[in-house]
Design a protein around this ligand. Sequence first.
Ligand code: ZN
Length: 494
Amino acid sequence: MTDRAEDREGTRRRVLLIGLDGVPPEFLFDRMRPVMPNIRRLIGSGLRAPLRTSDPPVSVPAWPVMFTGVDPGTLGLYGFRHRKPGTYNTMYVPTSKDVPVPTLWQILSARGYRVGVIGMPLGYPAPAVQGVYISDFLTPAGVTDYIHPPELREELERKFGPYIFDVVFRSTEREHLFEELLRMTRLHFDVAEWLYGQEAWDVFAVHEIATDRLHHAYWKYFDPDHPKFVRGNRFENAAVDYYTALDESIGKLLRQVDDRTYVMVVSDHGSMAMNGCFCVNEWLEQQGYLVLKRPAPAPGTPLGKMEVDWHRTTAWGEGGYYARIFFNVRGREPQGVVPIGQLPNLRQQIARDLSAVIAPDGQPMGTRVLDPREIYQTVRGDAPDLIVYLGELKWRSAGSMGHPGLFLEENDSGPDDAVHSFDGVFLFHDPRYPVERTLPLLHIRDITPTILDLLGEHPPAHVQGSVIAGLRTEEPPVTGRPPAPGLVPAGSHP
Ligand SMILES: [Zn+2]
């Protein structure tokens, strides 16, 4: 047990972390600031910066990277779905058991800290921690092992009713969906408020998925830059209305925060308007990398339902916020045909061909091709052979087939207006050091070592991220400014 970060009064510092999924800096720090007085107070008395997400920029692996401090290759996590070994496209959704290194919550628990965690991915089944853990938005419907300790579930459901992990956001019933987003957010923060008051947690964290769902379902209604935006539409204020309500919930939780507690607001990636989709498998077929035994029966047919001639196929793709391209490697894939020695050529050839793709506006689409072996310290699990960003993420990858062309205006797996962007948010407030400052770009894998450092702990050797400098200050600054209202002034708490 190391000596802990104790202040002059010998009381331990604590951390409250609020994770808002998919929130871009321009939203939290600018566009929504006028309707978020509580966030505005934190901004006015804290440090803020864009937070570069992981490669790829998807909630999984982004949150697990944030809470382990290691890269996606080391985690073996590249998205929400991975192939079962020995199959081409039998997929599974990773769980908390698929995280191969200790998470921040487990590191802290092992060192005797008390942690309270609501919804942080990967959180199902709920991991055993010194404290409480409620699992995340990937929790399957109807399960009961979503909370640690298990005996807390009854009390939680008696108090708040059935727990809500996520909403069906790819829906056209947008009036109803909006109500559901508000209800889910209120529930998450009501539970957070209740749990937060249970004990003096060393680290308490709450994740909200609704922000991400709001972006995917309503972006074209509230973003004038979206190609389909129509002024005066009935959801034009959806973002303002949602963020106003979110801020109220955050404010209620912040009212419980004492001056020992550092407050951190983070997001795992940003969001922006979607241009449309690029049909990666249509393209691979056109280029001769993917060979089908017969054409798609209908537009939007998933590759898993297609008859692929694997003996003549060298590569295939997966849809999502980025394109995953896999090579049909001999000895690795069930019917692999590409000898290992030919992989460098195939990699170069596909990257070159992709860079020549012209978007519907007649301009080059612009692709960035990443090789997992070059960007990760280790490459575990079902890594794609190529990670491809289409138009710097503005084009989503559509894996389905049977489409008339290479580009779609709409997503192939249900309505979706937004894609992810590379920068999320980092907002940090120390009640003892209420100074407003903007920091340069930070990186998501630095959050775990930084939180450990705030508690006076050193990260385990396997952690790849580094401590964000300048957050832990024991000497309160001579600002002459009163602490921000609503946030407890130094030393006022018993
Ligand atoms: Zn996300």
